[in-house]
Design a protein around this ligand. Structure first.
Ligand code: PEP
Ligand code: MN
Length: 338
C-alpha cells in the first residue's frame, strides 16, 4: 500500500501514522519530500481498510498495490487448482466439463429423463434447482427436499454428480449429505453469513457472480469461503446487469482470462442465464470454450414451453448435444478436450 500525506503535515502526525502501521506488524518506508511525504507499507495489508486509512485528515491518497485477497490469489499459488466433484475434475489444462439440467427440478421422472439425455449428449454433471430464488414470491419456489431426492435418484441411475443451489444455512446438512457441488446463486454472492457457513462445508462450491458485482468483489466472496477452510471453489459467470435489453444479462467473457490471471481457481460459464434466450446459448458456449473456460453449465429441458422456470433459455436435449459436438473441435484447437 502506498500512502501520501498532505503538504505541511506536522512531524508528530507523521510519526503517529507510522507507529500506527508498525503496531499492526507492517514495516514502513518513508520517502520524505519537500512538499509531500510518501509511505510504502510492506507486509500483510489484507486486513487494512484503505478507506479507514484515508479517513485520517493528514492523508492525501491511498493506493493499494497488493490485492486484498490471499487464498484465491495466483501470486501465492502458481498452479491451477483442480477441483474434484465426486470424481469429475474441474480446472487444469485438459478437460472442459459440461453440466446440463433443468432450471427447476420438476419431479423424479422428468429429472431422470433429462439426466439420461444430458449423459447421452456428453454432459458429465446434472444441474437442477430445488430451492429457487425467484423474483416474485408468487412464482414457483422449488420442490425443496423432494427435489433434492429426485436429483439423487437421477444420480443413482446415470452416475452423474449433481449440482444444486443452496439458499440458506438451515439446508446445509441436507446438501452435505446429498449434493456433490453446492451452488451459491448470483443473488447470494454477497450473503456473507451464508458464505461463512459454506466455508465450513466439506463439499465443493460453485460461486456465481452477483448481478452487479465487480470481479474483485466476486473474488472476495470466494475468499470468504476459502478463509473458512473450504478451498474448493469454482467461479461461474452468469452475466451481469447492464443497460442492454436484448439479452437478459450481459455475458462478460473477459472474466475468463482475468480470473485465471488473478486466481488459481477454475471458472465455468452459464450462457443460459447470461443471455436468457436459447437462441444465443450455442454461440456463447462456443465462445466461452475458445476463451478458455473450464466448463459450461447449461439449462436443458425436453419441453421448454412448459418448463416451471426459465423455459425461454433452456435447450432441448438435441440442441444441447449439438453444442457439445460443435464445442469439441474448438476445445481441440486450444489443446483441451470436451
Ligand atoms: C439458476 O442457476 O437457476 C439460477 C437461479 O442462477 P443465478 O443465480 O445465476 O440467477
Ligand atoms: Mn434458471
Amino acid at each position: 500500500m502506498i500512502i501520501s500525506t498532505k503538504r505541511g503535515t506536522p512531524q508528530e502526525e507523521l510519526q503517529k501514522i507510522i507507529s500506527g502501521f508498525e503496531a499492526q506488524g507492517l514495516s514502513v518506508t518513508l520517502i520524505q519530500g519537500t512538499d509531500y511525504n510518501v509511505f510504502g507499507l510492506v507486509g500483510d495489508t489484507t486486513k487494512l481498510d484503505e478507506k479507514i486509512v484515508a479517513a485520517n485528515p493528514w492523508v492525501d491518497s491511498v493506493t493499494r498495490v497488493a490485492a486484498p485477497y490471499k487464498k484465491a490469489n495466483r501470486l501465492f499459488h502458481q498452479e491451477d487448482s483442480v477441483i474434484d466433484v465426486a470424481g469429475i475434475k474441474i480446472g487444469g489444462k485438459e478437460k472442459i466439463v459440461v453440466i446440463g439440467g433443468p432450471c427447476s427440478v420438476e419431479g423424479e421422472e422428468s429429472t431422470i429423463e433429462i439426466a439420461k439425455a444430458v449423459k447421452a449428449a456428453g454432459g458429465s454433471m446434472l444441474r437442477g434447482g430445488a430451492y429457487k430464488p425467484r423474483t416474485s414470491p408468487y412464482a414457483f419456489q422449488g420442490l425443496g427436499t423432494e427435489g433434492i431426492l429426485d436429483m439423487v435418484k437421477a444420480r443413482e441411475i446415470t452416475g452423474l454428480p449433481i449440482v444444486s443451489e443452496l439458499m440458506s444455512e438451515d439446508r446445509i446438512d441436507e446438501f452435505e449429505e446429498y449434493v456433490d457441488l453446492v451452488q451459491i446463486g448470483a443473488r447470494n454472492m454477497q450473503n456473507f453469513q451464508l458464505l461463512k457457513a459454506v466455508g465450513k462445508m466439506k463439499k465443493p462450491v460453485l460461486l456465481k457472480r452477483g448481478l452487479a458485482n465487480t470481479i474483485e468483489e466476486w473474488i472476495m466472496s470466494a475468499e470468504y469461503i476459502m478463509a473458512g477452510g473450504n478451498e474448493n471453489v469454482i467461479f461461474c459467470e452468469r452475466g451481469i446487469r447492464t443497460f442492454e435489453k436484448y439479452t437478459r444479462n450481459t455475458l462478460d467473457l473477459s472474466v475468463i482470462p482475468i480470473i485465471k490471471e488473478k486466481t488459481h481457481l477454475p471458472i465455468i460459464i452459464d450462457p443460459s442465464h447470461a443471455t436468457g434466450n436459447w437462441k444465443y446459448v450455442e454461440s456463447m458456449s462456443l465462445a466461452a470454450i475458445a476463451a478458455g473456460a473450464d466448463g459450461l453449465i447449461i439449462e436443458v429441458h425436453p419441453d421448454p414451453e412448459h418448463a416451471w422456470s426459465d423455459g425461454a433459455q433452456s435447450l432441448k436435449p438435441d440442441r444441447f448435444r449439438e453444442v457439445i459436438e460443435k464445442g469439441r473441435p474448438i476445445a481441440q484447437v486450444i489443446g483441451r478436450n470436451l
